[in-house]
Design a binder for this molecule. Structure first.
Ligand SMILES: C[S@@+](CC[C@H](N)C(=O)[O-])C[C@H]1O[C@@H](n2cnc3c(N)ncnc32)[C@H](O)[C@@H]1O
Length: 185
């Protein structure tokens, strides 16, 4: 079967990130992507992970502890906008937009702050590095966010960034899609 958006995001990252690198999970949630990144960069690597909800952070922490990879993850109970304060180069940055699955559906990523964080993240992406953004837009804030994120990505300078969109176009109900941005130089 063709891979889903999350699988494609991971494949693109696996092809580009090496053990020992620094990577960022911009939306920790239940920790699936944080765990994936922590395993990928290995013991000598470093993952910085953001979420604004204590519930997400607690779930992710417990998961990473169980899997024995907590040592390489720096969890921040803060907005991903704070990426703008980081002084580093990242090999990959993952965004998984929307609300916490199983959590409060009113607390979701929002267009304005998502764009700010994407911008800050792209400034910290190393050449050859990749940002993946999975867009869920079946909820009201998601519709607005989708428009803003697509517009921002479409307008990125093609000499600096390659932007890919991956989506099943014959699915009912606002199929989620992936935007992947590779830094060229
Ligand atoms: C779809 S979930 C992420 C799922 C996660 N990647 C996983 O693997 O389980 C989106 C998450 O973004 C978080 N979020 C919302 N606004 C945020 C912000 N400004 N900064 C960081 N995280 C935010 C939500 O609390 C929620 O947990």
């Amino acid at each position: 079967m063709l891979p889903n958006v999350l699988e494609v995001a991971r494949r693109l990252i696996i092809e580009r990130v090496s053990a020992g690198e620094t990577v960022i999970d911009a939306t920790m949630g239940n920790g699936n992507d944080t765990l994936f990144l922590a395993r990928l960069v290995g013991e000598s690597g470093h993952v910085i992970a953001y979420d604004i909800q204590p519930e997400a952070m607690a779930k992710t922490k417990a998961r990473l502890e169980r899997e024995g990879v907590l040592d390489r993850v720096e969890m921040r109970l803060a907005s991903h906008v704070e990426m703008g304060q980081l002084d580093l180069e990242a090999g990959a940055i993952m965004f998984n937009l929307g609300y916490l699955p199983g959590g409060n559906k009113e607390i979701t990523t929002q267009a304005a702050t998502t764009i700010q964080a994407i911008e800050a993240g792209l400034e910290r992406l190393r050449p050859g590095g990749i940002m993946t953004i999975v867009v869920y837009w079946g909820h009201p804030a998601g519709q607005i966010e989708k428009e803003a994120v697509e517009k921002y990505c479409t307008e990125l300078d093609q000499t600096s960034f390659l932007v890919l969109k991956y989506q099943y176009v014959n699915q009912q109900n606002q199929a989620p899609f992936l935007l992947a941005i590779e830094r060229r130089k």
